[in-house]
Design a protein around this ligand. Structure first.
Ligand SMILES: [Zn+2]
Length: 408
């Protein structure tokens, strides 16, 4: 049996006035996803336990069949895994966004979707000035600070320590994408180690303000990265390999380090696709081609697309619809055509979490999924969307249990 999972990140949403009262999934023309719905089953699942923050880290663990309440330690350690950075038992990884703050408000958690080419020298400047002994920020700390450039605005700070780190499970930080345009003073780190995080963030303002890359961006009319924003801290999680738990060999295609990192930690092969950007301009067709090709070598191929989530964060309903239609045409369609060539097959389409256009932020709650293929009986549902899913009697309160249904 061959399996494919397609994740349109954050696609689950609410009815939109601008879409004639339809949700983006309803408004989009999705012939392939609707075909899956008609031949299989549409249901709903909850990938984010109430006690955890709704985001791709937690939700992806659920989608991949792992209970986040048991295995989740934080977002950044998952990304460091994708970046090939090893964490020791006392090390902490911390997400280090390049952000654009104006009037002391979180104006853009992506610093204008800064390119990796522009982000890298800024992170190198952070390493040069702020890297090294943490005691330069908070006297008495024994650890060292390492800054790593990632993809676009998504970078990593590692706190390395032979002994104890200043952070704990009581350390509170704020995901910047969930506080658009809000005053940052209300959302600074709190609890153990917050003094260190705040000091680094404060110092980064000076480091970045004078940097030639930022000056050039301003001259070009682009948003400068005004500072780093630290959040998502955690130690390395220990996850049992997917092949051991589910006896399938998996591969992951995603432009986003976080999602790749979850796959890599499960022992899935990471497949990089040229032209995959993690944004609205990603090369959908290339992801579809690589996904189809990977079916030859792996039992399970997962293709993740960030674009619907990004469109939601920008409050652009039309772009969200467009992203869904491109996913349907260029990724779901080709996979659906290729899978039967291998004999028995199954395919799952599901977002990780909800991202609503109304709030431009992630949200708790159930997401619609569609599952079809060998041995899955049709329930006569007409289409894949939130309304059909809400009427379905197939519901998973613990999203990680859906994997058992997929793998049968
Ligand atoms: Zn998001």
């Amino acid at each position: 049996m061959k399996y494919a999972i397609v994740i349109p990140d954050g696609c689950a949403d609410e009815p939109q006035d601008s879409l004639g009262g339809k949700t983006p999934l309803q408004a989009a023309r999705l012939p392939n996803m609707d075909r899956l719905a008609q031949m299989g089953v549409v249901g709903r699942s909850n990938n984010v336990p109430a006690s955890l923050t709704p985001a791709s880290d937690v939700a992806t663990l659920s989608l991949f069949g792992y209970d986040p309440l048991l295995v989740y330690t934080g977002r950044a350690p998952l990304e460091t895994a994708a970046m090939g950075i090893k964490l020791g038992p006392n090390d902490w990884a911390i997400r280090c966004n390049l952000v654009h703050i104006a009037d002391e408000r979180m104006r853009d958690f992506t610093a204008g979707h800064i390119t990796s080419e522009d982000g890298r020298p800024l992170m190198e400047a952070m390493q040069a000035v702020c890297g090294g002994p943490a005691s330069r920020f908070v006297p008495g700390l024994s650890g060292t600070l390492e800054f790593y450039a990632g993809v676009s605005y998504r970078n990593i700070l590692v706190y390395r320590s032979d002994g104890t780190a200043p952070f704990s499970s009581q350390t509170r930080t704020q995901a910047p994408h969930d506080v658009p345009d809000q005053p940052i003073a209300d959302h600074l780190p709190k609890g153990p180690g917050a003094d260190l995080l705040c000091a680094i963030m404060e110092r980064s303002r000076e480091v970045l303000a004078a940097h030639p890359t930022n000056l050039r961006r301003q001259a070009e009319g682009k948003k400068p990265a005004t500072q780093v924003w630290l959040w998502g801290q955690g130690r390395a999680p220990s996850l049992r390999p997917f092949a051991e738990v589910y006896h399938k060999r998996g591969a992951i295609i995603s432009a986003v380090d976080l999602v790749r990192g979850v796959g890599v930690l499960l022992g899935w092969q990471r497949i990089d696709v040229p032209g995959a950007t993690g944004y609205l301009d990603t090369d959908y067709a290339a992801k579809g081609r690589y996904g189809v090709a990977a079916l030859a070598d792996y039992d399970l191929v997962c293709v993740h697309i960030e674009a619907p989530d990004e469109a939601s964060h920008e409050g652009r309903a039309d772009e969200k619809v467009l992203a869904l239609e491109r996913i349907d045409t260029h990724i779901v369609g080709p996979l659906l055509e290729a899978l039967p060539r291998y004999g028995d097959w199954r395919m799952l389409v599901s977002p990780d979490h909800r991202t609503t256009l109304r709030t431009r932020a992630h949200a708790h709650g159930q997401v619609p999924f569609v599952l079809a293929g060998t041995g899955i009986a049709s329930r006569g549902q007409p289409s894949y969307d939130e309304v059909v899913a809400a009427q379905s009697d197939l519901s998973f309160d613990r999203g990680h249990e859906l994997m058992r249904l997929l793998l049968g």
